[in-house]
Design a protein around this ligand. Structure first.
Ligand code: GLV
Length: 270
């Protein structure tokens, strides 16, 4: 009964089981932009305020998307091993890879992070297409759905929120549409991609390569995925820089201070 505030992370969230045991709870401050593991309905029903940490992590997450895109498409993980193992001297030149410059980038979800990815992709002279619930005031092609976007694109970046609304959105047909020359990047949530279908496609060559910061199972992703050579893996670290984690922590504290001072919250979740 003495607890009035909870600080949590995106990965941990806060379920109804705990919320129900905190009768004095007034605010939940989440150190993440994604709040799908937080029971927002339970908070709303009790009038509990919820805050997250948007904006401050946008650039780092967009950087991670571009890094994974280059890593996967240019096969940097295998290239690194080619040098370290001595294969370069023993076996010779590393195989040629597809280029990125001038190719089509499909962005699934054109929110703050999706738009920051698009800005970076423009510098790579990529043609940009997107899928979003509502049209955006941007000079990019808007495709009707994920499958159409994947069919159009050379590389697809998943930048939607997680949660029930986007579960399995990158389905087996979407992955097939991206094709053997295609590169899939996910900096959103593992739940958005049909991971077994993706693994099968990567193993059979039906999908060219993938760059993944997020997984269906974290922190121990499917071993079948870890065994594939054509994936670049990152430990859910899109926002994992010193500067951004400092800014996120600051935002958590500023929201709590605002709440207990009776001031407007910095970043309330609607
Ligand atoms: C990280 O995944 C976040 O939601 O901020």
């Amino acid at each position: 009964p003495r607890i009035r505030a909870v600080v949590t992370t995106g990965g941990r969230g806060l379920g109804r089981d705990i919320i129900d045991r905190l009768p004095g709870l007034e605010i939940v401050a989440c150190s993440a932009v994604g709040t799908e593991k937080l029971d927002l309905a339970a908070c709303r029903a009790r009038g509990i305020a919820v805050t997250n940490t948007p904006d401050v992590l946008t650039d780092d997450v967009a950087d991670m998307a571009m890094a994974l895109l280059l890593m996967a498409r240019r096969r940097l993980v295998e290239g690194d091993a080619h040098v370290r193992s001595g294969a370069w001297a023993r076996e010779g030149m590393f195989p040629l890879t597809p280029t990125l410059t001038g190719k089509r980038l499909g962005i699934l979800g054109l929110g703050r992070i999706g738009q920051a990815i698009a800005a970076r992709a423009e510098a790579f002279r990529m043609e940009i297409g997107y899928v979003a619930r509502a049209p955006r005031d941007v000079p990019y092609a808007r495709l009707p759905d994920a499958e159409a976007l994947a069919g159009w694109a050379d590389a697809l970046v998943v930048a939607t929120p997680g949660g029930a609304g986007t579960r399995g959105l990158v389905s087996a047909p979407v992955i097939r549409a991206l094709g053997p020359g295609g590169t899939l990047v996910n900096i959103s949530r593992g739940s958005v991609v049909d991971e077994p279908a993706m693994i099968e496609a990567l193993a059979s060559g039906a999908l060219g390569a993938a760059g993944l910061d997020v997984f269906a199972a974290e922190p121990a992703p499917d071993p079948a995925l870890l065994a594939l050579p054509n994936v670049a893996l990152s430990p859910h670290h899109g926002s994992g820089t010193v500067e951004t984690r400092d800014a996120m922590a600051r935002m958590v504290v500023d929201n709590l201070v605002a709440h207990f001072n009776g001031a407007p919250l910095i970043s309330p979740v609607a």
